[in-house]
Design a protein around this ligand. Structure first.
Ligand code: G1P
Length: 294
């Protein structure tokens, strides 16, 4: 149904300087995995097979991460350390990874338009890797959205309630209620000035977009911050047809901020890393390594 997922990953990650001076922010580790790996896992769990990554200068480690590392594989082949590569090997084998470079940073809308070559003429998902989403109770956020797409066949954005004092950091929607957690969008503003927000429902980094969005982005003038905003293109789509906002089930961490990143790290350590079926094996490998180097 929805087979491709686009990852805009060309940004500079200035909030994490100096860590992101020569390392892409998408490669920042949350416990033992880079941020983007969580997004790719979520997309694969939702049935997607094509990971379309929009990169920029200095992002080659992203490509290396989703490829084999023969030297490393050779070194650890047959040892108990192989288990440490299980997760990433599974991701590499279960999807195709394609890349395109965004030469100029002209906003999220422009980044998505740059990915058109990779996506083609079909509905697709978008993941902003900065937003790490988990749902310990059930399906991941993208999977929930794919289910809704089957019903509504239109673009869908994930939203969450935020305090009014935070709305200026997000795209914010207003809509007619379809159900407690579903709204048909009637208004949408990118980073509204305090006091002008249409509601407290903020868009987070998960979208399903129908391919007509590309032409709408092409017709979109620069908006907030002089950038081409996906929010503005989606508003045009909502006026012409229908765009749905979905209050997803689960948790979202804003890993674009230091506080959110720390929260995500603590959460993933407690609720994911320590619950991994291989955790004892992994810790054993680490202990032995420490003993060898001591
Ligand atoms: C982008 C979008 C914004 C959305 C946010 C979610 O903003 O433009 O509408 O609410 O992602 O994380 P950014 O955080 O890239 O400035």
């Amino acid at each position: 149904m929805i087979k491709k997922c686009l990852f805009p990953a060309a940004g500079y990650g200035t909030r994490f300087l100096p860590a992101t001076k020569s390392m892409p922010k998408e490669m920042m580790p949350v416990v033992n995995k880079p941020l983007i790996e969580y997004g790719v896992e979520e997309a694969i769990s939702a049935g997607m097979e094509g990971m379309c990554i929009v990169t920029g200068r200095g992002k080659h480690t992203l490509m290396d991460h989703f490829d084999k590392n023969y030297e490393l594989e050779h070194q650890i082949e047959g040892t108990n350390k192989e288990v440490l590569l299980d997760d990433i090997r599974r991701l590499i084998d279960s999807a195709r990874y394609t890349y395109i470079r965004q030469r100029e940073m002209k906003g999220l809308g422009h980044a998505i338009l740059t990915g058109r070559e990779l996506v083609g003429d079909e509905p697709f998902a978008v993941v902003l890797a900065d937003d790490l989403c988990v749902n310990p109770e059930g399906d991941g956020v993208l999977e929930q959205m794919v289910d809704l797409y089957k019903q509504f066949r239109c673009s869908i954005v994930a939203v969450q309630e935020v305090p009014k004092s935070e709305t200026h950091k997000y795209g914010v929607i207003a809509g007619d209620t379809i159900r407690d957690d579903l709204f048909r969008i009637t208004d949408m503003v990118e980073k509204p000035a305090p006091g002008t927000e249409p509601s407290n429902l903020a868009i987070i980094g998960r979208y399903i977009l129908t391919p007509d969005i590309f032409e709408l982005i092409e017709q979109t003038e620069p908006g907030k911050g002089g950038e081409i905003q996906i929010t503005d293109a989606l508003m045009k789509q909502a006026e012409k047809g229908c765009v749905i906002a979905y209050k997803f089930k689960g948790k979202r961490f804003d890993c674009g901020s230091v506080e959110g990143y720390m929260e995500a790290t603590n959460y993933c350590f407690q609720h994911m890393y320590l619950k991994d079926k291989n955790v004892e094996l992994k810790q054993e490998v680490t202990v032995k390594e420490e003993a060898q180097t001591a």
